[in-house]
Design a protein around this ligand. Structure first.
Ligand code: SF4
Length: 141
């Protein structure tokens, strides 16, 4: 992996990913290159911003973004819907879980219905789904 990113951050993120997979019943992507790229992106943000901001999105102002927890890994989408759009936390088949997403969500449109093989695990913020959906509708309007 790149020398620009500290080994300490890479190690921390790898540890987090392993624990989070266990906690949520998900797995990392079968294509190791995808997992490495996302881990590296998260570790880079940990080095530069002090927080593992999701590396798969564009932010007009990263310093402002980290004031909120929305896109700090594990992000709100993961904690509410168990949906990882970076494909870091997926099913054995390498698909992101889309079962809990609103039906018109991009994730549903892209991947179809992907059921959660371990519904008893994860989604600690599931009670915020209505609030999150309201925010999404406002962004789209
Ligand atoms: S989509 Fe969410 S859970 Fe997946 S890597 Fe990005 S921040 Fe982490």
């Amino acid at each position: 992996m790149s020398k620009e990113v500290s080994q300490e951050s890479i190690q921390k993120i790898e540890n987090f990913v392993a624990k989070y997979c266990n906690k949520t019943g998900t797995t990392t992507h079968p294509d190791q290159a995808i997992t490495e790229a996302v881990v590296l992106g998260l570790a880079r943000h940990r080095d530069t911003l002090g927080k593992p901001l999701c590396p798969c999105r564009f932010y007009p102002d990263k310093a402002e973004e980290i004031q909120h927890r929305t896109w700090i890994c594990a992000c709100d989408d993961m904690q509410i819907y168990k949906y990882c759009h970076c494909l870091l936390f997926v099913t054995q088949e390498g698909l992101p879980i889309t079962e809990y997403l609103p039906e018109d969500h991009d994730g549903r449109k892209t991947y179809g219905l992907v059921q959660d093989p371990t519904p008893e695990l994860g989604r600690p913020l599931r009670h915020k789904a209505d609030e999150r959906e309201e925010e999404r509708k406002q962004r789209l309007s």
